[in-house]
Design a protein around this ligand. Structure first.
Ligand SMILES: C[S@@+](CC[C@H](N)C(=O)[O-])C[C@H]1O[C@@H](n2cnc3c(N)ncnc32)[C@H](O)[C@@H]1O
Length: 236
């Protein structure tokens, strides 16, 4: 049966890799969703799963949360995960900041990946962009010491906007420049592949959470639906 929403037809996902919120609530913590106890990593906006599936195959020593609000994307990601029999990916259809603040503990992520987030190209929509100072506070809070935040965009002005947020206390640049056009060994997502094949440049950033950062135990500002454009708030 199809559940109909105002924006999309929601196809039920029957996959052992897919985790509904009730299940996550019962588990209490995402670490219990996996057959093996390994450090946890997360991709925000996994889309159709191309990136996370490649990475999870290379890194059986990590467990991955693939998070997207898009039902069809989650469905396609689950199909890839199941086809490749990867037991170190769990797919969740949730708003990423909601998931993090509701279900993750501080310093619980070894890595956080954000590839080609929605660019919101119109200037008046820039406040809808996911990455801002409040988001970086969340990144800093949820990354373990030494954990890494990877960001890639095809929009030069989004790259500039993010680069302008640094230096950001507690997050150290791992690269020789604020952003680079290639990251050796970094898998391509579907969008990255499409942009790259059409000759458009990509901008990569990589930051590491400092091992000692005073105040990193302080929780970031609470995330609420009222300040999320995706969930009804934000700029018009
Ligand atoms: C432009 S697509 C990129 C998909 C994929 N990362 C790639 O590079 O191929 C952005 C994706 O992020 C998802 N997304 C946007 N904001 C999100 C949020 N706050 N939480 C979870 N997913 C989000 C969208 O549904 C969409 O699938």
């Amino acid at each position: 049966m199809l559940e109909k929403t105002t924006t999309q037809r929601v196809i039920p996902i029957e996959s052992p890799s897919f985790v509904r919120e009730e299940h996550l609530r019962e588990a209490g913590n995402p670490v219990f969703l996996f057959p093996r106890r390994c450090p946890l990593a997360m991709e925000i906006g996994c889309g159709t799963g191309d990136f996370i599936v490649q990475l999870a195959r290379r890194r059986p020593d990590l467990n991955f949360l693939a998070v997207d609000i898009y039902n069809q994307g989650c469905l396609k990601t689950c199909r890839k995960v199941d086809r490749q029999q990867l037991d170190n990916i769990r797919v969740l259809r949730m708003e990423a900041r909601y998931l993090m603040t509701r279900y993750l503990g501080p310093a619980s992520l070894e890595a956080l990946y954000l590839n080609c987030p929605d660019p919101w190209p119109k200037k008046r929509h820039h406040p809808r962009r996911l990455v801002n100072a409040g988001f970086l506070e969340m990144v800093r809070y949820f990354l373990a010491a030494g954990g890494e935040f990877f960001f890639c965009t095809d929009f030069s002005d989004y790259a500039q906007q993010v680069a302008a947020l640094f230096p950001f206390p507690g997050l150290d640049n791992c690269l020789p420049a604020p952003c680079v056009s290639r990251l050796e060994g970094y898998p391509f997502s579907k969008y990255m592949r499409n942009f790259s094949e059409s000759g458009q440049p990509l901008y990569f950033m990589r930051y590491r959470k400092a091992s000692r950062f005073p105040g990193s135990e302080l929780a970031p500002p609470p995330f609420s639906a009222s300040n999320s454009p995706l969930l009804g708030g934000g700029a018009a």
